[in-house]
Design a protein around this ligand. Structure first.
Ligand code: FPP
Length: 245
């Protein structure tokens, strides 16, 4: 896939990825599911590297959903350990490449060590501005929206704002993603065509891209293919083609 075909003037400002298929990838190879997650970490690295090189400003990865806590303990523990080891291993690369690490979700639910490692890398990289990589961890979109509603209701109750002040901007400002632009391109791997409680508010106008590739096999060329596909679509935001021209 030729990277030069990408129009740098029309890059998605925010790409979000549902990294799916690690378990099936491992099963196909007769291995345990955790082998799939370990190899998924390599795909994470290559995706971040490629997105940064192309000049994508925001990349958000669905690494662990609120529902994922229900998986077998061994798998949950392995995913948390993988997160800690990936953070330790990659912090230098993130800093060298001027990348900011961000995290969204119910981070308090993560094991202590994962929280500490995450906070440390986030603090070290907070002023970096080439790209923001956001990890969605213990994340659920309905929970995120519910939290925003509770915060707004509390502000109304305490007379800090009036119900008339509530508009889309205020709601947006109370989401975990308040400092990120809307998602332009949402990619899901492994052939499943679902959103699975990911960034429901933020994908209102996103282009959706589904690929059969299993996450551990996702490489540079697959990302380029997704971006080229995005660039060939006409984004109308409710308008007609004629109005756009
Ligand atoms: C979905 O595959 C993947 C996950 C639930 C976890 C994603 C985690 C990684 C890619 C590992 C490393 C992440 C970081 C940030 C270092 P699945 O297990 O649902 O696969 P299946 O649908 O085939 O069972």
């Amino acid at each position: 896939m030729n990277e030069n075909l990408i129009n740098k003037e029309n890059l998605p400002k925010h790409i979000a990825v549902i990294m799916d298929g690690n378990g099936r990838w491992a099963k196909q190879k007769g291995k345990l599911r955790i082998f799939g997650h370990e190899n998924g970490a390599k795909a994470v690295r290559e995706t971040i590297e490629t997105a940064a090189r192309l000049g994508v400003k925001n990349l958000t990865l669905y690494a662990f959903s609120t529902e994922n806590w229900n998986r077998p303990k061994l798998e949950v523990d392995t995913l948390m350990k993988l997160l800690v080891s990936a953070l330790k291993k990659e912090v230098k690369t993130l800093l060298d490449n001027n990348i900011r690490l961000n995290a969204i979700g119910n981070l308090d639910a993560l094991p202590e060590q994962a929280q500490q490692e995450l906070m440390e890398v986030m603090a070290k990289s907070k002023d970096n501005d080439h790209m923001t990589v956001t990890l969605a961890l213990s994340y659920g979109s309905r929970e995120e929206i519910k939290n925003a509603v509770v915060q707004l209701a509390t502000k109304v109750k305490n007379n800090i704002i009036s119900p008339d002040d509530i508009d889309e901007t205020i709601i947006n400002n109370h989401l975990y993603t308040h400092d990120l632009p809307d998602v332009d391109l949402l990619i899901r791997t492994s052939g499943e065509c679902r959103i699975s409680n990911f960034l429901l508010w933020q994908i209102a106008y996103a282009e959706l891209y589904f690929t059969d590739v299993l996450w551990p096999d996702f490489r540079k060329d697959h990302l380029i293919e997704a971006i080229l596909n995005y660039q060939n679509r006409e984004r109308r935001f409710g308008k007609t083609s004629e109005q756009l021209n």
